[in-house]
Design a protein. Sequence first.
Length: 244
Amino acid sequence: MRNNSCGTYEELAREYYDTSRHPTCANFRQASAILFRKWNSSLASGLYWSCEIGAGKSLLAEFMSLEEFRSARLLLIDSSPAMLEHSKAFSVPGQTPIIGAATALPLKQDSTDFVASFLGDPYNVSKFWREVFRVLQPGGQFVFTAPSYEWASAFREGLAPEMQSTAEFVLADGRRVFVPSFVLPEEKQLELIKSSNFRILDIASVRVSDLSEDGLSPKLMVKRSKKLVVASGYLCGKPHEAAK
């Protein structure tokens, strides 16, 4: 008999990156990579302190290993030690793993040049956005990606209200684990970003048609259209004049 439970990413870590068991995760990771590559060339040069929040198998570390992204120091923050273990696949100079919560970052104010959070929907709340603003230096930039509301609302249609802000994973042992997933309509997402005092520098999206046909998850075809937007990304900036 299958069991349902409210879980954590520590429980999911062993198989989260198994593309055969969880192809949707792999598709969203690819979508985040597409969004980051769109903005990579426009990021400030000469980065010293960069940080990826909810890093898991870090995309920034992967881009550094491919020499597509450069930063003297890369801080990888995740609340799950087991998820963070996956970043050991990319041994790059200056990489430092840190166990910490996205809503209470273990970093000093104005201490980072650049922050990224790929698929940050598990902690897409005001406290998280305020924390990112706090740790960024004035003039610093932040890249955030998440599943699109267009996709999430269609995929979760019919779920009980209390389940609308969760993502479901069926594990190899048959358990159904639910973790937080706060995917907001765009107008509410923009309100959240602006209320945290960020400037929105650019917004972009990824459609099903932008993803590789190989390994495409059936869950992304919820509307049976390759024009469906499945991931959204936001490039944000902390104003130079932000008060310290």
